[in-house]
Design a binder for this molecule. Structure first.
Ligand SMILES: Nc1nc2c(c(=O)[nH]1)N[C@H]1C(S)=C(S)[C@@H](COP(=O)(O)OP(=O)(O)OC[C@H]3O[C@@H](n4cnc5c(=O)[nH]c(N)nc54)[C@H](O)[C@@H]3O)O[C@H]1N2
Ligand SMILES: Nc1nc2c(c(=O)[nH]1)N[C@H]1C(S)=C(S)[C@@H](COP(=O)(O)OP(=O)(O)OC[C@H]3O[C@@H](n4cnc5c(=O)[nH]c(N)nc54)[C@H](O)[C@@H]3O)O[C@H]1N2
Ligand code: SF4
Ligand SMILES: [Mo]
Length: 677
């Protein structure tokens, strides 16, 4: 048989926000290899094992290729139309009988990088008229939007270090060498970026574990989970006492901030964080030396009880060192395809961030038009949510308290899932709708603000869609149409018609035609980053300066301070990410759910390295292998999420959500670990 010619398609990876440039080698419709694109301005040849596994993802032996309906007795493969007819009919009946809030909807990570599909999720939600919208926001990092909203008047301000000039970066609860960044990606490769800062000055890591990132740092605080706020409070207090100030601070608020952090002298901060006072002194000395600095926080911060307070004090530290919107400090992404820097940003009053929350959990707010993921099981159990649209997520591994969520999901009349592979959540679904994966669709950077640079990318489809998979935009449009909603003008009726995918991208991605044409021609466009950015300065002038002491956060700090007397739990669970899977995806590449435990804690429990253990919480148990690791702080165990057979969310508790934002608590929970023969 003659060998088929290999063609190379230039594309970009959409597994994480780093969006590395890739070259896909294709024979016929088989993707044989993905390698890094050396000419790519963003990643210059860099890729990670996940990106290189795109061919395995696409050719996965169990990939979903058909529409399925679950009827009594099992699954039936049906046509796309029959599946959509049935689904729309059931949704219509449920809304008629119980109102729109009876349909919940999850904007999952799987659709989060589909530039044509994603915008229709919101249109589907508004067609249904349901307030029961969920997204990664409340299971990932509400603290960032909250603090941007409260201190900066606009929750969409998204910042990152000025890696060109920074002389001090503090990484708190983030491990970019593995994750490539929390939401916002780091310039690649992460280790080189971090080393460059270290050469200019200093890099500190705040993490209960010696992480892959800590190895490149000049200083590391192996602090107690959830104690970061005390470290930042100490730094802010010390600098304010020395007279630190900036013309950009809202008037009268410096005093309120000073008062809030007053209790955190070095001794108290060291006691709360469980670190030597000398290490805090060394960090403060580096802060003084650098003058300006940037703090990068990640899920270790946003998933802790102290999330909002830590994020606030990290910003406060940048504000009082005059680092916000300054070279060598922190810059705010202006966006490129959907720019923020063209007009005036709205200035939102604090109340505008919140809305009515889920009725079954009156203590929880709605936040930025969404409901907390921690309320999903209760909303179903209360009979409020009866149908659920899962748009590219694995609910059971993503949401807290799988012990409560799994039986709840089984009670749903409808659980419809848009997916590319079977998983724990598809197994509970009533409707399965297979969509184009990232190699099967033309695409654009969906979230240009999360890029490390002011840039945007375009990729053509690499191969033709397999089986009966349909475009996510087509599936969503067909549902919207069946539910009586309005569709954007000019949207192709058939995703399989020639040119339809490109046309849909143009109609849906919200990008100016000229910009789109340029992107298609060049694949990658970049704009210069200007620092200080005039649009931020204009915004700040109208805002009256950074608001240093938002009342909600001052109150949360006070509450934390009162609880400090109770001390930490004997053994606390913390999350971590691993190199070769992203959340619940790509677990077939071989990462294992190892429980990292300190030798002291292991010995006290008779646990040997590599031995099977059971991690227990009041909510449930997870079995995995122990890795005895002297890099982790004593009293802390680290368990990665995303594994179905060892689902760490059987340990988490959906009652533990942040009172201000509803964010789920995934870090700092009390657990016990026992040998499990
Ligand atoms: N305990 C604990 N829980 C956590 C976390 C934690 O650290 N600890 N992390 C949280 C965080 S930060 C997040 S973001 C969430 C993530 O939770 P999810 O939003 O559920 O994300 P994934 O697990 O990545 O699942 C995405 C799904 O999309 C599918 N998919 C991939 N590509 C495509 C595509 O092109 N189209 C479609 N239709 N589907 C696709 C994948 O097969 C996968 O099943 O989990 C949260 N849950
Ligand atoms: N390889 C890979 N990359 C990913 C993902 C993945 O699953 N795998 N997921 C993607 C997603 S959805 C996200 S949201 C990002 C997240 O990106 P990151 O936020 O960088 O996530 P992690 O790598 O888990 O790093 C969190 C760190 O916080 C530490 N930590 C836990 N609790 C605390 C605490 O209380 N205080 C402090 N200071 N540290 C603490 C943990 O030990 C861990 O090292 O990564 C993205 N990139
Ligand atoms: S870092 Fe890995 S997963 Fe993320 S975009 Fe690059 S290749 Fe893809
Ligand atoms: Mo995330």
């Amino acid at each position: 048989m003659a060998e088929e010619a290999t063609r190379v398609v230039r594309s970009f990876c959409r597994i994480c926000t780093a969006q590395c440039g890739i070259l896909a080698e294709v024979q016929g419709e088989r993707v044989v290899r993905v390698v890094g694109d050396r000419e790519h301005p963003l990643s210059r040849g860099y890729t990670c094992p996940k990106g290189r596994a795109l061919p395995r993802l696409h050719h996965h032996p169990e990939r979903l290729e058909k529409f399925f309906l679950r009827r009594e007795g099992g699954w039936t493969a049906v046509s796309a139309e029959a599946c959509l007819d049935d689904l729309a009919e059931k949704l219509r009946r449920i809304v008629e009988r119980h109102g729109p809030a009876a349909v919940g909807i999850y904007f999952g990570s799987g659709l989060g990088m589909d530039a044509a599909g994603y915008p229709l999720c919101e249109r589907l939600r508004s067609t249904l008229g349901t307030p029961a919208k969920f997204s990664p926001l409340t299971i990932d990092g509400t603290a960032k939007a909250l603090v941007a909203g409260l201190m900066g008047g606009f929750p969409g301000l998204s910042g990152r270090p000025d890696y060109e000039e920074a002389r001090l970066v503090i990484y708190a609860g983030i491990n970019p060498v593995v994750s490539h960044g929390h939401a916002v990606a780091l310039p690649l490769p992460p280790s080189k970026t971090i080393q460059a800062v270290a050469r200019r000055g200093a890099v500190w890591v705040l993490d209960p574990r010696v992480t892959e990132t800590a190895r490149f740092a000049t200083g590391h605080l192996r602090l107690r989970p959830g104690s970061d706020y005390a470290v930042f409070a100490y730094l802010v207090r010390a600098l304010l006492a020395e007279g630190a100030d900036s013309p950009d601070l809202a008037r009268g608020q410096r005093e309120a901030l000073a008062q809030a952090v007053a209790p955190y002298d070095r001794r108290r901060a060291a006691a709360v964080a469980g670190v030597p006072e000398a290490d805090l002194a060394a960090l403060l000395a580096d802060v003084r030396r650098a003058g300006r600095l940037a703090v990068e926080t990640g899920t270790g911060v946003t998933m802790a009880e102290s999330a909002n307070v830590t994020q606030w004090l990290a910003w406060a530290l940048m504000a009082v060192t005059d680092s916000l919107n300054r070279p060598g400090g922190y810059w705010f992404h202006p966006g490129l395809l959907r720019p923020l820097d063209q007009g005036e940003l709205p200035i939102l009053p604090p109340e505008a961030l919140f809305g009515p929350g889920p009725p079954s959990r009156p203590e929880l707010p709605g936040f930025l038009g969404e409901w907390p993921g921690a309320a999903l099981a209760d909303e179903i159990e209360a009979g409020n949510i009866r149908a659920f649209l899962n748009l590219g997520g694995n609910l059971l591994t993503a949401f807290p308290d799988a012990t409560a969520l799994e039986p709840a999901l089984r009670k749903l009349e409808v659980l419809a899932t848009l997916e590319i592979l079977p998983n724990a959540t598809t197994r509970l679904s009533t409707h399965l709708l297979p969509t184009w994966d990232q190699l099967e669709r033309p695409d654009l950077s969906c979230w240009d603000m999360l890029s490390p640079k002011v840039c945007a990318q375009y990729t053509p489809a690499v191969v033709r869609p397999v089986g009966e998979r349909r475009a996510a935009w087509w599936i969503l449009a067909e549902l919207i149409r069946r539910l009586g909603g309005e569709l954007p003008p000019g949207l192709p009726a058939d995703d399989r018609a020639p040119g339809a995918a490109e046309e849909a991208l143009a109609r849906l991605a919200g990008v100016q035609p000229t910009a789109l044409a340029e992107l298609r021609a060049r694949g990658y466009v970049e704009a210069p980053r200007i620092l200080p950015a005039p649009w931020v300065e204009r915004h700040l002038a109208r805002l009256g300066g950074w608001r240093l002491a938002p009342a909600q956060l001052v109150a949360q700090l006070e509450a934390l301070r009162v609880r400090e007397a109770g001390g930490p739990p004997p053994l606390a669970l913390i999350p971590r990410r691993q190199q070769r899977h992203v959340n619940a995806q790509l677990t077939f590449l071989g990462d294992r759910p190892e429980v990292l435990i300190h030798p002291r804690d292991a010995a006290a429990r008779g646990i040997a390295d590599g031995a099977p253990v059971e991690v227990r919480s009041p909510r449930g148990a997870v079995r995995a292998l122990a890795r005895v690791d002297d890099g982790i702080r004593p009293g802390v165990v680290s368990v990665p999420h995303g594994f179905e057979a060892a689902n760490v969310n059987h340990l988490t508790d959906d009652a533990l959500a942040d009172a201000v934002t509803g964010m789920a608590r995934y870090s700092g929970l009390a657990v016990e670990v026992v040998p499990h023969p």
